[in-house]
Design a protein around this ligand. Sequence first.
Ligand code: 9MG
Length: 277
Amino acid sequence: MERLSQWIEERDRVLVMGVLNLTPDSFYDGGRYVTVQAAVTQALTMVEEGADIIDIGGESSRPGAGSVNLDEELARVVPVVEALAAKSDVLISVDTTKSAVARAAIAHGARIINDISALRFDPDMGEVVARGGAFLVLMHMQGTPETMQQDPRYTDPVTEIEDFLRERIDAAVSAGIDRKRLIIDPGIGFGKRLAHTLEILRRLASFKDLGVPILIGLSRKSFLGEILDLPTSARLEGTIAANAIAIANGADIIRVHDVKEGRRTADVAFRLRNNAT
Ligand code: 9MG
């Protein structure tokens, strides 16, 4: 059985997804990996530190970010996917909302498409993922990256996000994607105020009702800056605390910039949650 399918059946550990941004303008690590070689070296370091998945992104999704054209995104992402797949059997995820990028990435070795739009920005994305037999992350976002943090509002964020994700799971299944290949994500930082984020983390276990693994991305995000009054460079301890709580409350995959610390957090929090000896 394929490795990720087996993990989805067994859930015997929390997976760590390491972030590899190939963008000049990401909120934390923008502009660091400008050559294919530098990007692959960083990915291999994350694998050594314990990453199960490397999430490669060629378009920034930070609040206010504009979009990148297709050729530019392909040129950033595909050579790195190809070179990493040749050097490692780590699971490769590609963070994209464009079906053409997803198609090329899958053809060159990506097994997961991390679509922050949950199939809403490109009408062909569902079919491309289905045909490629890839796994798909469906993330919640209120608004678009340009507008999402301007004035997010919910009556009940957890119920509304759960309803949204249920509807997007149905859309993915209608597009031909096996339900067993879906992963959901409440989309921290994507149209959420601090109070919404705290409520989502407190009630994360509610999303278990949807019956698919829960991914969460908390790493160095602005809610930590709001709590600590510290810049992105000083949010590691906050990230560790938030990830531990998320895992205690049911997260199955954590998306992190700091893989060594994320791996240790995941292994300890998982053991505490599952009361395993
Ligand atoms: C691309 N990206 C940035 N933050 C993210 C998050 O929280 N989840 C997912 N799935 N992708 C993210």
